[in-house]
Structure formats: C-alpha cells, structure tokens
Design a protein around this ligand. Structure first.
Ligand SMILES: [Zn+2]
Length: 90
C-alpha cells in the first residue's frame, strides 16, 4: 500500500484512540453536499483500521462504499450528485 497523498510506500496501519489505551467508540462519516435538513440515515460507520504515512503524516481509513453511495444518491443535492457522476439511476 502507498500513501494516497505523497505516494510513499512507508505506511503503517493502526487504530484510533481518544485517550491513552482507550480505543475510540464508533465514529461516523457524514459527507458534505447533502440537502438541507438531511440528517437521518446520513452517517456511515468508519472502520477502526487506519493507515498513516511515515513521510507526510497523512492518515486515512475506510468505510462501506455501498452505504456511502446510498447516502449520496438519496440525500445529496443535485450539484453534489452531478459532481460525483451519480445523477443517473444506478
Ligand atoms: Zn504520504
């Protein structure tokens, strides 16, 4: 695996802690570009497996792409869906 920001092969995996030795409770990703007042069913759980680049410090993780795409298709503004090429029925 390479860093998706600087392309370095020096990548370490790990987990997120919010205190020393206390694994963070479940966290969720809510994409920007949703319609006003779209709140219900817009959070996508983030897996607590992260990666970090030893050269630039970039950190990234993973979520369910099917769930993320469903949120965008059902809740996002037309301009967001157009930018992500999701305007047409899948
Ligand atoms: Zn990097």
């Amino acid at each position: 695996m390479k860093c998706c920001q600087c392309n370095s092969p020096k990548v370490s995996n790990g987990r997120i802690f919010n205190q020393i030795d206390y694994i963070a409770p479940a966290a969720y990703f809510r994409p920007n570009g949703l319609r006003t007042f779209a709140i219900l069913d817009t959070n996508v759980r983030i897996k607590n497996i992260f990666y970090s680049c030893l050269d630039c410090g970039f950190v990234w993780g993973e979520i369910d792409p099917v769930k993320l795409k469903k949120v965008i298709i059902e809740k996002a503004t037309d301009s967001t869906k157009e930018r992500l090429d999701l305007n047409k029925k899948q």
